[in-house]
Design a binder for this molecule. Structure first.
Ligand SMILES: Nc1ncnc2c1ncn2[C@@H]1O[C@H](COP(=O)(O)OP(=O)(O)OP(=O)(O)O)[C@@H](O)[C@H]1O
Ligand SMILES: [Mg+2]
Length: 608
């Protein structure tokens, strides 16, 4: 896999990108939570000071140099600190919890809104697709990551600053205490971060593999074919292979970081005894009071466990979430499509000017130097062998994809300059890989134009044209039939689904309609019928039909012939049949078919 740019993406950059978003959710609430956390942290630090007072007061009282009142006062301060730490703990936990929930909600909404604005081409690139698929998980990780950063900055830092100040004021050398505890634990986590971010990079493609193989074995869509064709064992084996590899990588990472952690812990323990020795000699030399000795000694355990908590639990979580958060940040950086021109140009010709298109990360262009004009109101058929570039061409024609080189002009305006929302407004399409929405029949149709009120008469007309009859026995509840077995509805046959998809395409208000072979599962006669009705409807509109069947080709005004990414011929059926070339070759292939099936009508014959 190509090295991604996560090296450049450091924690600082991450903070810079995401912090303003978090504060913006609710600035007042955020700053109150910050203030409460800081006070909370200071109270924890305060504990050590109050303990010293308490021990000193008690020692003085025992030595008869102080009154019982001062012991009581110190005790009250100790109790107050204990109560306050618990109270502030509860309040700040609750406040951060609520804020985290709101962060998650905001990130989720933002992901959805952003996916809509992304350039469709980013979905063709496996690397960026990874970032898109993991954006949701990455957002969860970002919330965790920031929760950790917030708690470190707003709670632990004030605590350590206070304790640091206290130790320093006792004896500057005591500051070493914090350093001795901190360095080995921090080093451990630094290594951990490195190991896990490397693991994430190495295992992501393998994980994608095994998730796919698992789907091929267990997913309903795949199940029948995989079982019947005997692919089950094959996919299972593939799955285990990738899964095992992933596991091996993970175990290796865990082993390495654990080994390092263990050796660092030994050093920490040695440091702990060093500190004790330091304290003892200071007490003997009369540099600190008995109270200070006792307070530091009593708080050593706490200092150590808080440090371990920060570094192992929080910084460990930080490191693990960092990898996934990168997916989210990279997702935020994916190119969005927008155009200077916010209003669609008046409906007119669509011109391809020397257009070349290559899919991301591919060497060979799918389209090479294609030039032609789809005239306003014209019906154009596109024919050509599999892989000749037909589907790619219609994606560029609709403006869904932008050319790598050359220009596609909608009434003279470059598709690059038009805002996608405006660009798609007058276009409808039924794609080769159409969707089966798990919703009612009505919703399946109306989804293509949600601005329209779906009145039954109109639905009826559209359905008739696409040859899908809501009165059909399959639609047990008319337009309100749920088309999904998973949601207690019915399932349709492949051909029925195609008709629904075609009806959906027709339903949308449009000037241009694109049909990219949506009729493969419909018999040739029915296809011709659908297309004839469609031609009537589309008389004023521009239409592009990608098809292999000559019956549909013939109803087009002109035919564009694709071969190996090039537009090799353009003309009417009569013109093209006369000439030597790809179209004649395709035509003759079907003529042969016609001779062998004399009882069939020419209209229903396939071109290829
Ligand atoms: N998402 C993609 N990423 C990379 N290459 C692609 C992608 N989609 C298509 N291609 C390549 O682009 C070329 C043209 O594909 P396209 O789907 O446009 O052909 P087509 O004429 O529509 O074929 P068919 O008749 O099978 O639908 C093919 O060589 C194909 O391998
Ligand atoms: Mg295609």
């Amino acid at each position: 896999m190509k090295k991604k740019e996560n090296e450049k993406l450091n924690l600082f950059l991450l903070l810079k990108t995401i912090t303003p978003k978090i504060i913006r959710i609710s600035p007042v609430y955020f700053w109150i939570a910050v203030a409460i956390s800081i006070i909370h942290g200071l109270f924890w630090g305060f504990d050590i000071l109050v303990r010293q007072y308490f021990f000193d007061a008690t020692a003085s009282f025992v030595g008869k140099t102080a009154e019982f009142r001062s012991v009581l006062l110190a005790f009250a301060a100790l109790a107050f600190t204990a109560v306050m730490t618990q109270l502030l703990n509860g309040i700040s936990n609750y406040m951060w919890y609520v804020l985290n929930m709101r962060k998650m909600q905001m990130f989720r909404f933002e992901i959805n809104a952003r996916i809509r604005r992304l350039s469709p081409e980013v979905f063709e690139n496996t690397e960026t697709l990874d970032d898109i698929n993991k954006a949701g998980m990455g957002a969860g990780a970002a919330v965790e990551l920031f929760a950790v950063i917030e708690i470190i900055l707003c709670f632990y830092l004030p605590y350590f600053l206070f304790v640091g100040w206290y130790l320093f004021s006792l004896k500057p050398l005591f500051l070493l205490t914090i350093v001795i505890i901190f360095i080995p634990t921090a080093l451990t986590q630094l290594i951990r971060a490195k190991v896990f971010s490397k693991l994430e990079d190495e295992s992501a493609p393998k994980r994608r593999e095994y998730e796919y193989y698992e789907k091929a074995v267990a997913d309903r869509e795949y199940l029948k074919e995989t079982r019947l064709l005997g692919g089950f064992a094959y996919f299972k084996e593939k799955f285990s292979e990738s899964y095992r590899l992933c596991l091996k990588l993970r175990m290796r990472a865990e082993f390495r970081s654990s080994l390092f952690e263990l050796s660092m812990n030994v050093i920490t323990i040695l440091g702990y005894f060093g500190i004790l020795y330091m304290l003892f000699t200071a007490l003997m030399a009369g540099e600190i009071t008995v109270g200070a000795f006792a307070a530091v000694f009593a708080n050593m355990g706490m200092l150590y466990s808080i440090m371990a908590e920060v570094v192992q639990m929080h910084i460990g979580r930080l490191a693990q979430n960092f990898g996934a958060t990168i997916n989210y940040v990279r997702f935020l950086e994916l190119p969005e499509r927008s155009g200077e021109i916010k209003k669609a140009p008046a409906w007119g010709d669509i011109t391809f000017q020397d257009v070349t298109y290559s899919y991301p990360n591919t060497e060979r262009p799918a389209l090479s130097h294609v030039s032609f004009t789809l005239r306003r109101g014209e019906t154009l058929a596109i024919v050509g062998e599999n892989g000749s570039g037909k589907s790619t061409l219609v994606r560029l024609l609709s403006g869904l994809y932008l050319p790598t080189e050359g220009r596609v002009l909608h009434n003279g305006v470059d598709t690059r300059e038009i805002d996608p929302e405006a660009l798609y407004q007058g276009t409808t399409a039924v794609f080769q890989k159409y969707q089966r929405y798990q919703m009612t029949l009505r919703e399946n149709l109306a989804i293509s134009d949600t601005a329209k009120q779906a009145d039954s008469a109109q639905l009826e007309e559209i359905c008739k044209m696409a040859g899908c009859d809501s009165a059909d026995a399959s639609f047990t509840n008319g337009y309100d039939t749920m088309l999904s077995r998973e949601f207690d509805g019915v399932d349709l046959s492949g051909g029925q689904w195609q008709r629904v998809a075609i009806a959906r395409g027709f339903y949308r208000n449009h000037n241009l309609i694109i049909l990219d072979e949506p009729t493969a599962a419909i018999d040739p006669y029915e296809e011709t019928r659908v297309y004839n009705r469609f031609a009537e409807l589309s008389r004023e509109k521009s239409a592009v039909i990608v098809t292999h069947r000559i019956g549909s080709v013939r109803l087009a005004d002109r035919i564009l012939v694709m071969q190996d990414g090039h537009a090799v011929q353009l003309g009417t059926h009569e013109e093209l049949v006369q000439k030597e070339g790809e179209y004649r070759r395709l035509w003759e292939a079907q003529e042969q078919w016609y001779k062998e099936n004399p009882e069939q009508e020419t209209d229903a014959v396939s071109v290829n």
